[in-house]
Design a protein around this ligand. Sequence first.
Ligand code: TXA
Ligand code: MG
Length: 331
Amino acid sequence: METKILSPMELKQAVEFLRDGELVAFPTETVYGLGADATNEAAVKKVYQAKGRPSDNPLIVTVSDVSMVETFAENIPADAKKLMDNFWPGPLTILLKVKPDTLPQVVTGGLDTVAFRNPDHQLTLDLISSLNRPIVGPSANTSTKPSPTSAQHVNHDLNGKIAAIIDGGMTSVGLESTIVDLTVSPYAILRPGEITAEAISRVLEKPVVGGNHVVSAGETPKAPGMKYRHYAPKNDVVIVDSDADFSKIPVNDNQVAVVSLQSVIDRIKPRHSFSLGQDVTSASHHLFEALRYFDEQENIKTIYVQGFSDGDLAEAYMNRLEKSAAGKHFG
Ligand code: TXA
Ligand code: MG
């Protein structure tokens, strides 16, 4: 199959593909998603195939407005409406009880919950409202690869496997959405993102259990995706914590690369480097791009990546980085 790269002007063609049960990758403010008509079982099955994703790992349902949520969820608490009012469109995914028999089982992996997302990206909102149905939206990468933050990343992983990619340029946030579970008490963050537990708790005036939950062996994870290795490039990734001595990194080793703030690169002058910009916000924006960049460089064996401990995005950034590094820290 030929994968078409569509410009924003060619949105109509993307709607046609979705209507025909084909797969279309779409931009969001976080990372690119892989779309299929969420009500078309055969189309949704193709998503698992294209990504190489285990079928017990459910898919997010991407909606263009709150009325679509009402069609597919039941017992929606007033708190869900508050969060939608405050944070939608935006990088917050909300877990609710699914209305039985409204969505194919493959979407939810047989769970009785469904995750709703309303991305802050006009092209994609227009795509969904033109289709007049929600689309599933896992990240548009091959399973276990870093999530894609550009159309080129999607094309690298899925070329020949999907009908089209809508090119909306680089995504702005760069890390996937926060997932909050409103079907449990107290409410719980299943995946940290730009919208923090504190921000949600402030809006609801209720406690919210924070993220970075590590799933232990034998435990049935709340978000099935948490049990799979994620964001894993081919090279060894090592985290350099903010209090570590950067000058001890073997920067002259030809097989070593450093991914860090520009100020650190200027100071330690590594032979191979990728700049994360000036703060944790730009670092989040560039993290997956950096990991993918060195994944393509056969000579690089170890990537040292700067860690962060302060700022709203630090928890989400470290959550993704810990998974790529499988727990390895420098020093
Ligand atoms: O920012 C994002 O959320 C991106 C963009 C494309 O919207 N999407 C994304 O989807 O990150 P995905 O599939 O890569 O990650 C969604 C996570 C998975 O770990 C999955 O297990 C979990 O959400 N999930 C989906 N439905 C769930 C459910 N009903 N219960 C628990 N976890 C669920
Ligand atoms: Mg993903």
